[in-house]
Design a protein around this ligand. Sequence first.
Ligand code: UGA
Length: 434
Amino acid sequence: MLVSVIGTGYVGLVTGATLSDAGHKVTCLDIIESKINDLNDGKSPIFEPGLEDLIKSGIKNKTLSGSTDIENCIRESDVTFICVGTPSNKDGSIDLSYIKSASSSIGRALRHKEDEHTVIVKSTVVPLTTEETVLPIILKKSGWKREKLGIGMNPEFLREGCAVKDAKNPDRIVIGCGDEISKQVMNQLYEEHKCTKLECSPRTAEFIKYASNSFLATKISFVNEMANMCNEWGIDFIEVAEGMGLDSRISPLFLRAGAGFGGSCFPKDVKALAASAKSSKVESKILEAALTVNDSQPHIVVDMAKERLGILKGKKVTVLGLAFKPDTDDVRESRSEIVIQRLIKEGAIVTAHDPEAMNNFKEIIDIEMQPTPEEALADADCLILMTEWKEYIDLDYNLIKQKMSGNVVIDGRRAFDYRRMEEVGFDYKTIGLG
Ligand code: UGA
């Protein structure tokens, strides 16, 4: 199939590269020329394990290419995926401006097309967007009759850091089809996948995505609240999580307590769903609570450091980990940002390290960063672990103890081996260990 993909962010690139790998001929479209040039040179504009290899082989086999000639490429394809960003407005509600402009481009492109065309929304959009925003814009701009157009919504469930693996081995594919054309196209595109394919309406597909992300975010806030209780009652939350996870209805996944959830999806999506519910006059008390707990977790981490150091003013605090989770350079909504802002506000001298995310983080807060964790820890009074990169877990505890001038370790991700930490002489504190 001839596929065009609008938007070369993380969703667009992974979608385009995996569809080209499955044998479709894909053109990735963007207005940013430098991104398209990188793509055509076989370079991935984002850090995502396995993506660059896929892009390189697609370019080599001529099944993948990039272009800024958006309308012509849409017209020449059979199906267009909308993969543009859906950022938040100031009040947390969804900003659909990129969705609207992509829909307009599609409409203009189709004005001069004879054959059928299918449009699939992959961007995360609040319920009703595909039917009530995307479809009317395309029909108006193209002058097409509804019967000629296939319109569908096909959410992505990719995790950053393993997005290529997730795209190649999904546990389910949600086919939100607004008509027979889009149903057939999506079934054909995903023919090779043997997982469950759930066919539903576009609005149901849109809501499945939000309900899934909101459930996972709420699960994290729930375990964080339980872990905060463990701190007071001398209980180890890891053991509690193990006991809970043995119940197959709960599952052992997403039971890691700590500094809270970040990234480009959970915080934004929970806020957008809460805002949509509010505008439809539906209460969303659980979503609000999940966000409130998440806002307080980074402050609990700083409070733990303050309690041990007495005062933060003038103390050297080293933050290890700036990315919102390991194996990504993404710092959007990273909990480290909140921790570092508060440390600076209270007068601490902050240094930091991250294996991949230092450049991106510098654009948010320009703090001192060192090329290795050991150098960042030199003469530090306190270490705060914020991202559980493997290289931090594998640090030589004796060596870092020698480098530091103090002995306080606050583990915002419950990732260090606390028994060994204590053996080496660290004053170790974490969320969920009383
Ligand atoms: C999330 C979802 O997991 C994907 O299914 C979804 O497709 C994606 O959002 C999206 O909407 O595009 P992602 O944001 O890449 O994926 O990251 P996760 O691995 O889910 O982690 C999110 C945050 O939760 C991280 O800050 C992580 O540290 C935190 N987390 C995760 C916990 O604090 N505890 C846990 O047990 C798990």
